[in-house]
Design a protein. Structure first.
Length: 146
């Protein structure tokens, strides 16, 4: 059921996803075309805000900040998984893999490879601060608009 808290969480974490993606893009290897990375990350943030953060409200602002951080971590995981699968499919069309098992096992390796690029201050700060602020905004919306 749609609520103001779910809407606020969806918008807040779409913005967090967009800002984190924009902070992440400069860390990509030289010549990498980011394409639709930022909008897709924002869409993943929107969905996670609605389904992960939105229902976990009315427990207090500290709990909301905690759930916001959890949602930001989910955002990182699902974005890395989605783009690793995408890159695996691109590589498989170039016949890099010898069989399907090798392609599937490459997904966690790609997640680690691109996950290492997350360990920079702008990306971490965006996710930490954005997760906390997104959680608090969601809690505020749940208390303000019932």
């Amino acid at each position: 059921m749609p609520t103001a808290a779910k809407l606020a969480a969806a918008v807040a974490f779409a913005i967090v996803g967009l800002l984190a993606a924009l902070a992440y893009i400069p860390q990509l290897p030289q010549g990498t075309n980011p394409g639709y990375f930022a909008p897709i990350t924002a869409a993943i943030g929107l969905v996670l805000g609605w389904f992960t953060m939105g229902p976990n409200v009315k427990r207090g602002y500290i709990e909301a900040a905690s759930f916001g951080l959890r949602t930001a971590l989910f955002l990182v995981f699902w974005t890395l998984l989605a783009f690793s699968i995408y890159f695996m499919i691109l590589r498989s069309t170039r016949m890099i893999y010898h069989n399907a098992g090798e392609a599937v096992l490459d997904v966690p390796m790609l997640m680690l490879q691109y996950g290492k690029l997350l360990a920079v201050a702008p990306v971490i700060a965006t996710l930490l601060i954005g997760g906390i602020v997104g959680g608090v905004i969601t809690e505020f919306a749940a208390r303000r608009w019932r």
